[in-house]
Design a protein. Structure first.
Length: 268
């Protein structure tokens, strides 16, 4: 016999998962995720990630896990679209809504002052016609690319983290290099000189000491090392170019991953 909870959940067409973060970081999500199955909405009391019941089902166990996995990628896309973006989190509760948008199920999981400024999004008018908001669907190619390649997914998750370390930055560089090789230079995503300085800095014990990846120098340390902030900007720009290219040329993903697996088998 169905319980009251089962009956209510049968009416659920989507789940609303409250998002935690700063207004500046939340307000772009409905635009960036426009048109995607998992998207964001603003309701009177805040911002929510919307997960269709067709994806999560009506059982509540998977809802939070699906929300968390999607938010990892969304945070990565946010950092690529806006360098001042900060990670968002999900709340410990979520809600099921019916076809009218009414909440019919509520699930509770068991278990320093600052000022920020941000310019608003201006509406551009050309010849009296309002142009489309450039934020609309901006995250779609990045998230679509992440669904095509495990390395792309991992890279997007990593760049969404706060305070990236040298180890994380160099890992992302190697993820791109592994799939794209010299194409990243040929297509102008990154200069060889910048990639060389990044590599020499990331692999230098003398430069990074306890912040580095190794306990000894692999090559002569650079006389003018790359700053961590510059490395972060460089890697985010590289990943953004790669993911957009991958989204436009999805057939290249399977070929690149097959080549990579072949190289790893050859080394073994």
């Amino acid at each position: 016999m169905a319980t009251t909870a089962d009956t209510l959940n049968d009416r659920v067409v989507a789940w609303l998962v409250p998002l935690i973060g700063h207004e500046f970081d939340l307000e772009d999500l409905p635009h960036w995720l426009n048109g995607r199955d998992v998207h964001a909405v603003k309701r009177d009391d805040g911002y929510y990630l919307v997960i269709p019941a067709s994806l999560a089902g009506v059982a509540t166990k998977q809802v939070r896990a699906i929300a968390a996995s999607h938010l990892e990628l969304i945070n990565g896309a946010g950092r690529l679209l806006n360098t001042s973006y900060r990670e968002l989190a999900i709340d410990d509760k979520f809600f099921g809504i019916d076809t009218d948008g009414h909440i019919v199920s509520t699930v509770l999981a068991v278990g320093a002052a600052e000022y920020r400024t941000k310019a608003g999004a201006a509406t551009v008018v050309v010849n009296g016609i309002a142009q489309a908001d450039p934020r609309t669907g901006a995250a779609d190619p990045l998230l679509r690319a992440a669904s095509l390649s495990t390395r792309a997914s991992d890279a997007l998750i990593i760049v969404g983290r706060s305070n990236l370390t040298w180890s994380e930055l160099y890992l992302v560089f190697e993820l791109v290099e592994s799939e794209c090789g010299s194409r990243m230079f040929d297509l102008g995503w990154i200069k060889r000189s910048d990639a060389n300085l990044l590599s020499r800095t990331a692999n230098s014990y003398s430069v990074l000491r306890s912040r580095g990846r190794h306990g000894k120098d692999r090559n002569d340390p650079p006389s003018a090392p790359m700053a961590l902030r510059n490395a972060g900007d460089l890697i985010r720009a590289l990943v953004c170019s790669w993911l957009r290219d991958l989204s436009e040329h999805p057939d290249g993903a399977s070929r690149d991953e097959s080549k990579s697996r072949g190289r790893h088998r050859a080394r073994a």
